[in-house]
Design a protein around this ligand. Sequence first.
Ligand SMILES: Cc1cc2nc3c(=O)[nH]c(=O)nc-3n(C[C@H](O)[C@H](O)[C@H](O)COP(=O)(O)O)c2cc1C
Length: 356
Amino acid sequence: MLTPAEQFDALQARGAAFLGTEFAIMGGAMSWVSERHLVAAISNAGGFGVIACGAMPPALLEAEIAGTQALTDKPFGVNLITMHPDLEDLVRICVRAKVGHVVLAGGIPPGPALRAVKDGGAKLIAFAPALVLARRFVKFGVDALVIEGSEAGGHIGPVSLSVLAQEILPHIREVPVFVAGGLGRGEAILGYLEMGASGAQLGSRFAASAESIAHPNFKNAFIRANARDAIPSIQLDERFPVIPVRGLVNAGTKRFLQHQAETLAKFQSGELDKTAAQLAIEHFWAGALRRAVIDGDVENGSVMAGQSVGMVTKVQSVPEILQELKAQAIAALDARAAQARAAQARAAGMGRAEGF
Ligand SMILES: Cc1cc2nc3c(=O)[nH]c(=O)nc-3n(C[C@H](O)[C@H](O)[C@H](O)COP(=O)(O)O)c2cc1C
């Protein structure tokens, strides 16, 4: 019979083998946060760090990969946003630098980029927002999928992880599936592993870690916040779409509503045409994540955070976070084994009392 620790290892074995790590836990790529130090710290601690390329130009990404390779000899990945204008160049840089895993995020990955990753020999990870797309990606030859629920920090889809997991996990066995969004404790990760996930991706807990370069104000905002403070951006008018981004409510999020109302008034009065009004709305948040993460302006910047932020209670080191998640999962398995033993003992006792 397997011990709880062995059971946990067996449950995460497929994901860990795919990533080449001890833990089947990916550090979700976070623009401005997931740079060489945090990525290397996650990989060195047995997880899988992922560089967030975000809007970086190719030369910067190349330097970030080299910088990460100088800090760790463990596997790590690179997350590329599909609408980046130099996407194919970025893929070439990853392949040339022998990055083992490329994650394509932020929309349906275009065919040429998918092929460039595969032809270059890197493992390809894509985000599947629905079962039909998961099946299409598998058919294309994607090596693993991430299903990210709307509980997550940053840009989000409309469906929660608990629903996506039920929709997708029972049907996709061909490739490992990693779950993301709102995960802060090992018991929850264990639950999804038992449903068929191969591993998990966490963002917010690592953003507030000791090794994260995020400004102390950013980490303190995470420590203070509850799950209910991390809400999606609000769209005022359906004619002017706002991409939903989950982050902490602050003066900036309140001013964004006001800015939308003022822009709408300008559109209605004819001062702005539709395109100019849409652009004015989109530009509101330009540079805002950097302002919060790097400059520490958590009142006016964009403090992207998942609902898991409520489970960030202090600054912890990355190894401590990973060990804590594992210990929570194992403790849950342990408690279950104890319950089963107690139930068996009760049944045996009843049997004796009834003369069986
Ligand atoms: C500050 C921040 C920035 C993020 N930036 C990105 C990004 O650039 N690309 C991406 O694919 N996901 C991004 N995400 C999502 C994370 O990779 C991860 O999937 C998410 O944080 C998981 O939810 P959790 O925070 O509840 O753990 C970001 C999340 C946060 C909190």
